[in-house]
Design a protein around this ligand. Structure first.
Ligand SMILES: *Cc1c(COP(=O)(O)O)cnc(C)c1O
Length: 457
């Protein structure tokens, strides 16, 4: 399929467009999406099954997806988009990769779930252990949330301590205690970030600003921590890489204080390098949380670490954790097919594509008249366009971005056939299905989108 056709096919005719005022983009044809959304609003809270999908933070209604092909999404009204969400990370090979689809079909034909061990999960465990430096044993779950909840239970059991240190703006799934996010400032005692989170759960969480060495040293000195939990390449406040030495300091402080170091590599794992951020940085955590890419677009996640730690998990040990669909044969088949396609060439290609896209978006910022008001941050396989002059180093910086401008830019991108993450706090996920033509087309659309929102400055 030629991505060059997208310019001609999208946006479609102007009927039933619902772009909010303030945007001068040609409205998308979205009558079918609008109809589905109306119906969904009566049946699903907010019309969706996960909040960001509602597109509220970019000021428009959601687009309902009919199908995906490679790097493209097709919505129910027939609009085509270059997809930079890619299911928020799992689809490193793009949509409906033939080998992944065939693996799932073959597995489904043999039965979808048994509640008993299958050969595939041993294979997938071996693939994970071979790639991730810190992982000698692994336990599979169905979601990243479950994996982080379980990894923390294990860290608490192993240390006999309760408090957890996390970083402001880091996301580890919707685990009660980890929703705590006290924002900027020095280390703060967690306060619940959502109604329904018990204060007692939030109180076990110490929140520290990312990249703040002094706050980290202070907090790790002041609390008896079971674990320091970090996304080594945080990508849930936009992409905010660690400063040089910061991951090393995490390791050092964990060792000095008897806490376990837990890396949440649900996004960075199998993406920024075969062995994730720990391979790139050579900082080796005690436990690793994995997800997204290892399920290849089906529900699968995992946590793993050193043998003696992991053997605390039942039935080898006394720490209980279970799951009806854990290691599900379809998810395992998709994950195996996905990982086996990820050879050295694939990582080199993804790194090159990301670099091309990041450089192209920097050009678009200049050509579109936004130099000095937006900047691009990237690592292989991930990038963010921050609407801010100064570099973002933590959550406070990310929150200081011009989110209205980001939203307006995203609406303009959608109208030009590019589907960006609908939040300043989410990363872009280029995939191996995005070729140079796709990147070129993206940069053209981005330039036009920047130019279209000039008057917002
Ligand atoms: C997506 C994500 C999770 C949660 O995974 P789910 O499968 O959505 O529960 C946890 N940690 C990070 C870093 C994530 O990006």
């Amino acid at each position: 399929m030629s991505t060059g056709d997208i310019a001609r096919r999208s946006p479609l005719a102007v009927t039933g467009g619902r772009n909010p005022s303030g945007s001068d983009a040609p409205p998308l044809a979205d009558a079918k999406s609008a109809e589905l959304y109306e119906r969904a609003l009566g049946l699903l809270p907010g019309g969706v099954n996960s909040p960001v999908r509602a597109m509220r933070s970019i000021g428009r209604d959601p687009l309902f997806v009919a199908r995906g092909e490679g790097c493209e999404l097709v919505d129910v009204d027939g609009n085509r988009y270059l997809d930079y969400v890619c299911s928020w990370g799992p689809l490193i090979h793009g949509h409906a990769h033939p080998e992944v689809v065939r693996a799932v079909q073959d597995a489904a034909a043999l039965g979808t779930s048994f509640g008993a061990p299958t050969p595939g999960e041993v294979e997938l465990a071996a693939e994970i252990v071979a790639r991730v430096p810190s992982v000698e044993m692994v336990r599979m779950t169905s979601s990243g949330t479950e994996a982080s909840m379980s990894a923390l239970r294990l860290a608490r059991a192993a240390t006999g301590r309760e408090q957890i240190l996390k970083f402001a703006g880091a996301y580890h799934g919707h685990v009660d205690g980890l929703l705590a996010d006290a924002g900027s400032g020095l280390a703060t005692q967690g306060i619940p970030a959502s109604p329904g989170v018990p204060e007692a759960a939030a109180r076990q969480t110490i929140v520290v600003p990312w990249n703040d060495e002094q706050a980290l040293v202070t907090a790790t000195g002041a609390h008896e921590l079971a674990a320091i939990v970090a996304e080594p390449y945080p990508a849930n406040m936009g992409l905010v890489p660690p400063r040089p030495g910061f991951l090393e300091l995490l390791r050092e402080r964990a060792d000095a204080t008897g806490a376990l170091l837990v890396f949440d590599e649900v996004i960075s794992g199998f993406r920024v390098a075969p062995g994730g951020a720990q391979e790139r940085s050579e900082v080796i955590p005690d436990l690793t949380i994995m997800g997204k890419v290892i399920g290849g677009g089906l529900p699968a996640a995992a946590y793993g670490g050193r043998r003696e730690l992991m053997e605390r998990i039942a039935p080898a040990g006394d720490v209980y954790q279970a799951g009806t669909l854990s290691g599900n044969p379809l998810a395992v088949a998709a994950g195996l097919a996905t990982l086996r396609l990820l050879d050295a060439t694939a990582y080199a290609t993804l790194a090159r594509t990301t670099e091309l896209l990041a450089d192209g978006l920097r050009d678009a910022i200049r050509a579109g008249g936004w130099f000095g008001r937006a900047h691009v941050v990237s690592v292989p396989g991930l990038l963010t366009v921050f609407f801010r002059r100064d570099r973002v180093k933590d959550y406070a910086g990310a929150a200081d971005c011009d989110r209205d401008a980001y939203g307006a830019w995203c609406r303009e991108l959608l109208a030009r056939g590019v589907y960006p993450p609908a939040s300043q706090f989410e990363a872009w996920f280029p995939s191996l299905a995005h070729d140079e033509a796709a990147v070129e087309r993206t940069v053209e659309a981005a330039t036009a989108a920047f130019a279209a929102i000039q008057d917002r400055a």
